[in-house]
Write a protein that binds this ligand. Structure first.
Ligand code: URP
Ligand code: ZN
Ligand code: ZN
Length: 485
């Protein structure tokens, strides 16, 4: 009888803390042993000489088959998104179940489960709350959190989906009572509306004015407010897609006074710029996302915030809007339209790990353990998946990426394996590339070829965990979440 189904031999294992040269023995879906010269009789042998062996990436911010209030949908299916994940070394995702006005959460969650189960990559959801009416606050949020969806998401901007401050407070208090984290899109709705109206009146409608309509100060203000209101309720939050050092500084100040707030950024804020939206014709639409990409100097400021630990997760915010198809994606409303009518978001599931590795580790900005923390271990810890996911250890799921740190690749859309017809990172040269992905013991990608069965995805129910427990610190010691619903 064999000790293991697969033994990965001779690689350099990287976790969030350590570097160790050892073999990894996999039995079934889990890591059974780590050690020197593990027995290989009857096992598949994978030679990892010259490679890094790291926990599979965990992408805690990606929009997949998500419905929009106008009846459209993010284009990538769960099957395509799963292929993109495996191609890029990611083995788990947290995507979204989106509530619209008037909807109860039960049927919403059931529908997204139905969709996600058709994929191959392990998944959980953030529950988007657009309309926190009484039944949502009193019945549905406790129910979905109890069913393992231990994070809620709110937008402080965007027509049709944003919550106002009072509604945000309600969601924070409900999350506190149920033991869920709240993730926040922090930009000031009214200020964006004001700026947008002014731009349109002045005839400034080209894609580049997307960035003018939502300058950093608008994000900084909303980040400050999102944190201040969370502090009022004593509710832990994560700020999504921090685009530069100004909002990051708001997070750092709050962290310094002990507030439980975490910051996420995304590859688009590390390698794209506002100037990309100024490419000729409609080309700039490829780069429209919110918050908007900023400047090279601000990207460098984000790396400083990463090194300081203020920002501790890099997710993709993968948003599948194709570019070249008439009537859908970025061209949903045509091409001769103001920037306000171009869908927001860029695809990035497969590009995330290579970009963070290349810009981070290969260019000497961070060490390789930091890379693992940013892309796998910290997401697992913050969202209640650790230590089943996010590390290489006996008993953990056998979710691994074997990485060639010296492989030089020019990113092209074909390598991304999503259903979208472009990548905003086309032509970017990266050093470091995933050569094999193993998900729960299954070999799902080798040399850019994905082999996984649609329908093999598994839901990751997330129970209570200490990291997101409130501190018990309130202004005047008054816990309003006990008396207000
Ligand atoms: O532009 C973006 N980020 N689109 C996706 C939705 C969101 O705000 O996360
Ligand atoms: Zn957002
Ligand atoms: Zn998003």
């Amino acid at each position: 009888m064999s000790d293991f189904d697969r033994v990965i031999r001779g690689g350099l294992i990287v976790t969030g803390n350590d570097l160790v040269r050892a073999d990894v023995g996999i039995r079934g879906e889990t890591i059974a042993a780590i050690g020197l010269d593990l027995p290989t009789t009857g096992a598949a042998i994978t030679d990892a000489g010259g490679l890094l062996v790291m926990p599979g990436g965990i992408d805690t911010h990606c929009h997949i088959e998500q419905l929009e209030p106008d009846g459209s949908s993010y284009e990538d299916s769960f099957a395509h998104a799963s292929a993109a994940c495996f191609a890029g070394g990611t083995t788990s995702i947290i995507t979204f179940a989106a509530q619209f006005k008037g909807q109860r959460l039960g049927p919403v969650v059931a529908e997204y489960h139905r969709r996600a189960a058709r994929g191959m990559v392990d998944y959980s959801f953030h529950q988007i709350i657009n309309d926190p009416f009484d039944a949502i606050i009193e019945q549905d949020i406790p129910e979905v959190v109890g069913a393992g969806i231990r994070s809620l998401k709110v937008f402080l901007t965007y027509d049709d989906v944003r919550v106002d401050d009072r509604q945000y407070l309600r969601v924070l208090a409900a999350a506190r009572r149920s033991g869920a984290l709240v993730a926040v899109h922090a930009e000031n709705y009214d200020a964006i509306a004001w700026m947008t109206e002014a731009l349109l009146k002045a005839g400034m409608t080209a894609p580049k004015y997307h960035a003018w309509g939502r300058p950093t100060v608008i994000e900084r203000e909303a980040t400050h407010r999102a944190i201040a209101l969370a502090e009022l309720i004593d509710q832990p939050i994560q700020i999504f897609h921090v685009s530069g050092p100004e909002p990051a500084a708001e997070i750092a100040r709050a962290q310094a006074r002990g507030v439980k707030v975490w910051g996420e950024t995304c590859p688009q804020y590390l390698v794209l710029e506002a100037a990309d939206m100024d490419r000729p014709g409609f080309e700039g639409a490829k780069f429209i996302c919110s918050p908007a990409p900023r400047t090279k100097a601000e990207s460098e400021g984000l790396w400083e915030a990463i090194r300081a630990g203020t920002i501790d997760i890099v997710s993709s915010d993968h948003s599948g809007h194709s570019f070249g198809k008439e009537g859908v994606g970025k061209r949903r409303n045509g091409t001769d339209v103001p920037f306000t009518r171009i869908p927001n978001g860029v695809p990035g599931l497969a590009a995330r790990l290579p970009i963070v590795f290349s810009e981070g580790v290969s260019k000497g900005r961070i060490d390789v353990q930091s890379f693992v923390r940013l892309t796998s271990t910290n997401p697992a810890k913050l969202f209640g998946l650790y230590p089943r996911k996010g590390t290489v250890a006996p008993g953990a799921d056998a979710d691994l990426v074997l990485w060639d740190p010296a492989k030089r690749v020019t990113i092209t859309n074909g390598l991304m394996q999503h259903a979208i017809d472009y990548t905003p990172y086309e032509g970017l040269e990266v050093v470091g590339w995933p050569v094999m992905t193993i998900a729960r013991g299954r070999l799902v990608m080798r040399d850019d070829v994905v082999t996984a069965e649609p329908g093999s995805a598994r839901f990751l129910a997330r129970g209570p965990y200490d990291m997101i427990k409130p501190r018990g610190v309130f202004p005047n010691g008054f816990d309003t979440s006990r008396v207000m619903t």
